[in-house]
Design a protein around this ligand. Structure first.
Ligand code: MN
Length: 213
């Protein structure tokens, strides 16, 4: 059967310094993310699943074993996380995305505070999300490797921005200072990619980049 593969990292391990250090990036991508990919393939092999897209698996995740939920979510979430970072990123969103953020949250600064609070207050391991549902933006968070596309998610929507707040994402550099990692992360957000996702969310399958070969 076909297997999922670790997608290429779109920059070097040290490209996001000083905000995320090289060693964290190398371990996070080549060990943590790669392990989710390998374990997802093993979990799917164990249940002898027919050919199905990750999209369909995630949207019907309640029908699958917990190993598929954890590792399928891990693969999807990390693929998205890498794509939403870039060296010399940050700044502010523009155009229709900026308008939608202002409409939903007041100002960009208000949005930053609300999103940062969602990330900081996520208890234990999880993710903060900016999602689109019926043309409206929402901030939410999930535990472990769950995401807002899963049928078990309490708040559902199409993710256009996400932040990994598992300790493996920041602990080597920031130790217990999660709020400092969150504050610095704004400097490497790839707003062009967030805008692209915002524009396409209802017309293009958000999982098309993560299909099996
Ligand atoms: Mn992670």
């Amino acid at each position: 059967m076909l297997k999922y593969k670790l997608p290429p990292l779109p920059y070097n391990y040290d490209a996001l310094e000083p905000y995320i250090d090289k060693t964290t990036m190398e371990l996070h991508y080549s060990k943590h993310h790669n392990t989710y990919v390998m374990n997802l393939n093993q979990a799917l092999e164990n249940i002898k699943i027919e050919e199905t897209s990750l999209d369909e698996i995630i949207k019907n995740i309640s029908k699958y074993p917990v190993a598929v939920r954890n590792n399928g979510g891990g693969h999807y979430n990390h693929s998205l996380y890498w794509s939403l970072l870039k060296p010399n990123g940050g700044g502010k969103p523009k155009g229709s995305l900026a308008d939608a953020i202002n409409s939903a949250f007041g100002t960009f600064e208000d949005f930053k505070i609300k999103f940062s609070n969602a990330a900081a207050s996520c208890f234990g391991s999880g993710w903060a999300w900016l999602i689109v549902d019926n043309n409206k933006l929402y901030i939410t968070s999930t535990s472990n490797q769950d995401n807002p596309l899963m049928d078990i998610a309490p708040v559902k929507g199409n993710p256009i921005l996400t932040l990994d707040v598992w300790e493996h994402a920041y602990y080597l550099q920031y130790k217990y200072r999660r709020t400092e990692y969150i504050a610095n992360w704004w400097n490497i957000v790839n707003w062009d990619e967030v805008s692209r996702r915002f524009a396409m969310y209802d017309t293009v399958d958000p999982y098309q980049a993560f299909q099996r070969e």
